[in-house]
Write a protein that binds this ligand. Structure first.
Ligand SMILES: NC(=O)c1ccc[n+]([C@@H]2O[C@H](COP(=O)([O-])OP(=O)(O)OC[C@H]3O[C@@H](n4cnc5c(N)ncnc54)[C@H](OP(=O)(O)O)[C@@H]3O)[C@@H](O)[C@H]2O)c1
Length: 281
C-alpha cells in the first residue's frame, strides 16, 4: 500500500477480536415502526434486533427463508417488541407496493426503512467472468430493489406522514471499485446516487443516509468461493483496526442513522470497515 509501515507503529499479526462492552438497552426508537428488507439472516437480522433493542417494532422482510424470518420475529418478540414477517421480492415493484399496502393496513405507518436486501454477487469472482444472469440479479436486487423501496416508502413517508428515516446498505466498494465483481460495484455506487437523490427529494421531512460496510464475517462472505484463509489474513493485515467486521458493527451505525441522534445528517454515507478503504499502510 501507498505509505508502507510507519516507523514507531505496532505490528499486529493476529486478528483482534474487538468486543463492544454491553450497554443497557436504550429507547432511541421507542414507538417507532421499522421495516428491514432481507432481515432473515446476516446484516438484516442483526439490524432488526438492534432496532428492537432500541424500542422499535419491526417488520422482517424475506424472500425464501420463512423459517429463518419467523425465528427473527420470535427473537424480537422475546426482546418485548412487536414483529411480523412479510415475504416480498423487493426487486419487483408490485411486490414492494403490496408490502407497503399490507404495512399501512395493519400498522398504519412506517417510521424507519432499512434497505438491506442485497447480494454480494457471490458467483462473480473476476471481471473476466461475464454472466447476464449475475448482471441481472445483482442490478435487480441491489439497485432496483433499493430504488423501488425508496420510491414507494419514501413517497408514503413524505405524503402521508411528513416524517421518517431511511438507511441504505451500500458497500465500501464505492471508493475502491471491485475488479472481482464490477457489477456489484456499479450497483453499490448506484445506491449512493439514490441516497443523495432521495435525501434531496424527501427533504426536509424524511432523512436518507447510507452505510458502507467492508468485509464482514457473515455466512454470505464465508460462502464465496474466493474467500480463503489466505485472503482473510490479507484483508485483516490491511485493515487498520486489524479485524473483520461483525454484523453487529453495522447495526449500531444503522441505529444511529435511523434515530434522532443523527437529526442533522442526510444524504451522507458512513463507512464501517475498520479503516480498510483509507489504509495507506
Ligand atoms: N456480508 C458482507 O461482507 C457485506 C459487505 C458489504 C455490503 N454488504 C451488503 O449488506 C447487505 C446484506 O448482506 P448479507 O451478507 O447480510 O446478505 P445475506 O446473508 O445474503 O442475506 C440476504 C438477505 O436478503 C434477502 N433477500 C434476497 N433476495 C431478496 C429479494 N429479492 N427480496 C427481498 N429479500 C431478499 C434474503 O432473504 P432469504 O433468506 O429469504 O433468501 C436475506 O434475508 C447486502 O446489501 C450486501 O450487499 C454485505
Amino acid at each position: 500500500m501507498a505509505w508502507g509501515k510507519p516507523p514507531g507503529s505496532i505490528d499486529v499479526e493476529e486478528e483482534i477480536n474487538w468486543v463492544r462492552k454491553p450497554t443497557p438497552p436504550g429507547k432511541r426508537l421507542s414507538g417507532a415502526r421499522a421495516l428491514v428488507t432481507g432481515a432473515s439472516r446476516g446484516f438484516g437480522r442483526a439490524i432488526a434486533l438492534a432496532l428492537a433493542n432500541e424500542g422499535a417494532d419491526v417488520i422482517v422482510n424475506y424472500i425464501k427463508s420463512e423459517d429463518d424470518a419467523k425465528r427473527v420475529v420470535k427473537e424480537i418478540k422475546d426482546i418485548g417488541q412487536d414483529a411480523v414477517a412479510i415475504q416480498a421480492d423487493v426487486s419487483k415493484y408490485q411486490e414492494v407496493k403490496r408490502m407497503a399496502e399490507e404495512i399501512w393496513e395493519t400498522w398504519g405507518r412506517l417510521d424507519v426503512l432499512i434497505n438491506n436486501a442485497g447480494t454480494t454477487a457471490p458467483r462473480q469472482t473476476s471481471w473476466r467472468e461475464l454472466s447476464d444472469e449475475v448482471v441481472n440479479e445483482t442490478l435487480d436486487l441491489d439497485l432496483k430493489g433499493t430504488y423501488y423501496c425508496l420510491y414507494e416508502f419514501g413517497s408514503r413517508m413524505l405524503d402521508l406522514q411528513r416524517s421518517g428515516t431511511i438507511v441504505n446498505i451500500a458497500s465500501n466498494v464505492i471508493t475502491t471499485g471491485s475488479p472481482r465483481s464490477p457489477i456489484y460495484a456499479a450497483a453499490k455506487y448506484g445506491i449512493i446516487g439514490l441516497t443523495k437523490t432521495f435525501a434531496l427529494a424527501l427533504a426536509p421531512f424524511v432523512r436518507v443516509n447510507a452505510v458502507a460496510p467492508g468485509y464482514m464475517d457473515t455466512p454470505s462472505l464465508r460462502a464465496r468461493k474466493d474467500w480463503t484463509e489466505e485472503r482473510k489474513k490479507w484483508i485483516i493485515q490491511h485493515t487498520p483496526l486489524r479485524s473483520l467486521g461483525k454484523p453487529e458493527n453495522i447495526a449500531y451505525v444503522v441505529v444511529f442513522l435511523a434515530s434522532q441522534d443523527s437529526l442533522h445528517i442526510t444524504g451522507e454515507t458512513i463507512f464501517c470497515d475498520g479503516g480498510f478503504t483509507m489504509a495507506a499502510i
